[in-house]
Design a protein around this ligand. Structure first.
Ligand code: FES
Length: 78
């Protein structure tokens, strides 16, 4: 669980054509609320859906040519 020690909140950064980088003080849980063990304070979560070790990125996004901007994509029809 995140500590309440005044440390900055976690940040989530979508990397261009790559994963979500999660940094800081956070907990990663499954749908039942069970905390998943983490070995690092910074993790990469798969955004392309093709990782073989989801929810973590394994680099497969590069092999499949995944494309996505770091910022939001325009709404369809906007
Ligand atoms: S974003 Fe890296 S494997 Fe999916």
């Amino acid at each position: 669980m995140p500590a309440d020690d005044g440390s900055p909140p976690a940040t989530i950064t979508p990397y261009p054509d790559g994963p979500y980088l999660v940094r800081g003080d956070f907990a990663l849980t499954d749908q039942q609320g069970n905390e998943l063990p983490l070995e690092r304070r910074t993790i990469a979560l798969c955004r392309c859906g093709k990782s073989r070790m989801r929810p973590f990125c394994d680099g497969t996004h590069k092999l499949i040519g995944f494309k996505a901007p770091s910022g939001p994509e325009p709404w369809p029809g906007a």
